[in-house]
Design a protein around this ligand. Structure first.
Ligand SMILES: [Fe+2]
Ligand SMILES: [Fe+2]
Length: 169
């Protein structure tokens, strides 16, 4: 794997590598979200995931813009952390028989992904600033804010929806 091949010699190379992993993260989320929306029962949860899917498409486009400005290509690198988070979420969704319990599992899975994205975008935004890529930092910060907003909205939904899961038979 390129990450361990010893070709990351400076922060610029590390920055580009992390952006490629993040593009893979967004691509995997774009694939996974429609399945989560289909499996969700709560209408507010479905709507929140649907609008975040549209935001996620923009997140991927922003990364493509940044990568092409840096390197002239928009190749992603498969992020195995995202793959593991999504697959764990899908397993929970499959195993849940009750609608409210399944929704609680979907919220949990989605929030884990949001927090992973927030950690990742916080890092690349800081690196962009250090490296003097001011416009890229602003773009990455926009995405970071949207991930944070999505996470907060999921917390709000969970406060209403999770008690319903607690009374499932
Ligand atoms: Fe995103
Ligand atoms: Fe997100």
């Amino acid at each position: 794997m390129a990450l361990f091949a010893g070709n990351i010699n400076d922060l610029n190379a590390l920055y580009t590598t992390q952006l490629r992993f993040l593009l893979s993260t967004e691509e995997q989320i774009i694939e996974a979200l429609p399945k989560m929306i289909g499996a969700a029962s709560d209408q507010q949860l479905k709507d929140a995931l649907q609008s975040h899917l549209q935001e996620t498409e923009v997140h991927a486009e922003r990364l493509e813009d940044v990568l092409s400005e840096l390197n002239g290509d928009i190749d992603s690198k498969k992020c195995s952390v995202t793959a593991a988070l999504i697959s764990a979420g899908e397993n929970t969704i499959k195993a849940a028989n009750d609608d409210a319990v399944r929704d609680a599992g979907i919220i949990a899975a989605a929030q884990k992904v949001e927090h992973f994205e927030m950690a990742s975008y916080g890092t690349v935004r800081s690196w962009a600033q250090i490296l003097g890529h001011t416009e890229q930092a602003a773009l990455l910060n926009k995405t970071l804010q949207e991930e944070g907003h999505a996470d907060k909205l999921l917390t709000k939904i969970s406060e209403r929806a999770n008690p319903a899961a607690s009374i499932a038979a």
